[in-house]
Design a protein around this ligand. Structure first.
Ligand code: GLC
Length: 635
């Protein structure tokens, strides 16, 4: 399918022609040296802006949005820019048809579990103390918890994790564990890790950091990054970035700050961060919804960034499925864990990002092909996941009785799954009430493991039907001691053990059974559970899980993950003061307190998709040469 060529980020400013906020100002000596180089097709040469050093800060113009050349330094230099036109913004009030029942129900529950109110700084205010944390890792060790408010401590720690670039907050570091001598890349701002931080700030009415994050990471979007002479696709967002202070070219007396991205070319295992761009789109939409400021998503460079991500994801390949084909470790689980192929987490984020992007893309002639491709993909993707990834007792029994080796267009067992693949643990584990999406589906292979993030995000994005969404939450309730136990939430269940662990993980000592990605428990997942529960009007489930976390998470110093089947131990190699554990907890608390706000984070089910889906279900089985759809959906 043809997708129109996407122009690189050559200009900034709202698409609809406002000039006050966001257009490049060319009044200073540090402005554009070249304006539209970037039209160059595949290997775009982005627009250059002279960097301004720390020495120059005083003179820095208020320039909004800059692109730096990756040719020279593979990094974005500090332009000390400020983002224009960002005055008071009112938070969008929750309104409309969203279930008020959910809100009042959550408020009732809060009476029990959320007695302490969240106390933070005033909107937009940042103390001098906080501002002293600059350029990369914060300098202060986490202070001792004061008083008895876990949230107070969480807010303080979250603020201490903020990373500044030329004086502006641009993200949060992954972990602020001063006791750890081997930080690896935990002193970087990870795109995925920042999502709960960003949402916590949005819910608090502090929008600048999120806006800065969105615009700066946009400038890092892949142009010319290479690994061993190979470049990742244009549009790829980095896994993480770091603010570095480097000597200014040709001047020993001055330094400048640069943003140095990692696209996986330095990451352990050289994994490609497929989820980064998807999360970026999701956060961009949440920013607009929470702040009411749509000027960011309307900017031409932001629109171009969205299109580049979409173009990369929607590109034709050899694959037969509408799901995204990715390598192992391309998402939250960023190590080898047997999730190559079509892992659920990526599909749920992909679906959500497509919906969010469609909401934000400015209607213009040049985008018609892209929007058509996007719509087709949404329909095909939802059909594929709902039909083929779903299992419950009924479906499991169906698989158990599958005939194999069916060569025909209307095969029941389309992927030639051998019933012997049903693992013994699942026969015991599958509850009568409830169900879930399996982790992965390939020809002759179903990965029956339960992955929390993929399932929760399927609920949040409405990739799951209403019935399936409730069944997933039923499963959480029914399997509480496996999925929540002593600390929410299991990243996946069950763990790989023995020979399977050896073969699939490559004997990874960090991913031993019931540890880290292999059946470990990750407190950050609490916020996703909370959004899903509020969406389905079942906030009491989240409230119960938050209560479990609250018992020990602060005492344990906010670990990255927990080990053992019951999540009894702090993870063997877990970082302490892990930012997304802190932020995930805060978001969960804030949302239970104001459930209406969760609406900015989920996607409503799309009527077009429901209609198309019904047509597809009605016209099954699909015969060769038969016209299936009345509408012109290409699948
Ligand atoms: C681990 C996690 C990854 C996270 C990173 C930084 O590698 O697997 O999801 O982004 O740590 O916290």
């Amino acid at each position: 399918m043809g997708i129109s060529h996407v122009a690189p980020h050559v200009m900034v400013g709202p698409v609809r022609g406002h000039s006050s906020s966001g257009l490049l100002l060319s009044t200073s000596p540090f402005t554009l040296t070249s304006r539209i180089h970037g039209r160059n097709k595949k290997k775009g040469h982005p627009v250059h802006l002279r960097a301004c050093s720390k020495r120059m800060v005083q003179n820095c113009p208020k320039v909004c949005g800059i692109i730096s050349s990756y040719r020279a330094a593979d990094s974005v230099k500090c332009q000390c820019q400020r983002v224009e036109g960002f005055g008071e913004i009112t938070t969008e009030d929750g309104n409309g048809k969203w279930g008020r029942e959910a809100v009042s129900k959550a408020s009732q529950i809060l009476g029990d579990v959320n007695a302490q109110t969240v106390i933070g700084l005033d909107k937009g205010s940042t103390s001098n103390d906080e501002k002293s944390v600059h350029a990369g890792a914060p300098k202060h060790a986490p202070k001792k918890r004061r008083g008895n408010s876990v949230e107070d401590e969480a807010w303080r720690l979250l603020r201490e994790s903020v990373v500044y670039y030329c004086g502006s907050p641009v993200g949060t570091i992954a972990a602020n564990d001063q006791s750890d001598g081997n930080l690896l890349n935990y002193d970087q701002v990870f795109i995925r890790d920042f999502i709960p931080s960003g949402i916590a700030f949005l819910l608090k009415g502090e929008y600048d950091i999120v806006r800065n994050f969105i615009l700066h990471t946009l400038q890092l979007q892949s142009w010319e990054k290479t690994m061993d002479c190979h470049s990742p696709g244009q549009g790829l967002m980095p896994a993480s970035f770091k603010v570095r202070t480097v000597p200014l070219d040709g001047d020993d007396s001055a330094t400048e700050e640069v943003l140095d991205p990692d696209f996986g070319e330095a990451a352990i295992g050289r994994v490609a961060p497929v989820d980064s761009g998807l999360w970026w789109i999701i956060l961009l939409r949440a920013y607009g919804k929470c702040s009411g400021d749509l000027s960011v998503q309307e900017r031409i460079d932001v629109q171009t960034g969205i299109k580049m991500i979409l173009k990369l994801c929607l590109a034709d390949g050899f694959d037969m499925f509408p799901t995204l084909l990715v390598t192992d470790g391309s998402c939250m689980i960023d190590r080898r864990m047997g999730i190559h192929g079509h892992p659920l987490e990526i599909q749920a984020l992909f679906y959500s990002a497509l919906l969010c992007a469609r909401e934000m893309l400015a209607p213009e002639d040049g985008s018609a092909d892209l929007i058509r491709a996007l719509n087709n993909r949404l329909i095909a993707l939802s059909f594929h996941i709902r039909e083929y990834y779903w299992i419950d007792m009924r479906k499991l029994n169906e698989i158990y009785r599958y005939k194999t080796e069916e060569y025909s267009y209307d095969a029941v067992n389309k992927f030639n799954i051998y019933p012997d693949q049903i693992p013994p643990w699942l026969v015991e584990w599958m509850p009568d009430k409830g169900g879930y999406f399996i982790g992965n589906l390939q020809p002759a292979h179903m990965d029956f493991r339960f992955f929390s993030l993929g399932n929760l995000w399927s609920v949040i994005s409405s990739l799951a039907t209403t019935h399936q969404s409730h069944a997933i939450l039923d499963l959480f309730e029914g399997k509480w001691s496996d999925l929540v136990a002593d600390m929410p939430l299991k990243i996946c269940h069950p763990a790989l053990e023995g020979q399977e662990w050896r073969i699939i993980t490559g004997s990874d000592p960090k991913n031993t059974p019931w540890s880290y990605h292999n059946g470990g428990s990750w407190p950050t997942l609490l916020w996703q559970l909370t959004v899903a529960c509020i969406k389905m009007n079942r906030p009491e489930i989240a409230a119960r899980a938050i209560k479990v976390a609250e018992r020990r998470i602060a005492e344990d110093k906010w670990p990255e993950y927990y080990d053992t089947k019951q999540a009894r131990f702090i993870g063997k190699q877990a970082r302490l003061y892990q930012t997304w554990s802190i932020a995930g907890f805060l978001v969960a608390k804030l949302l239970l307190d104001k459930p209406d706000a969760a609406r900015s984070l989920w996607n409503e089910e799309d009527v077009e998709i429901i209609n198309a889906w019904n047509v597809m279900v009605d016209t099954k089985p699909r015969k060769r040469g038969r016209k299936v759809l009345k509408k012109t959906y290409i699948i």
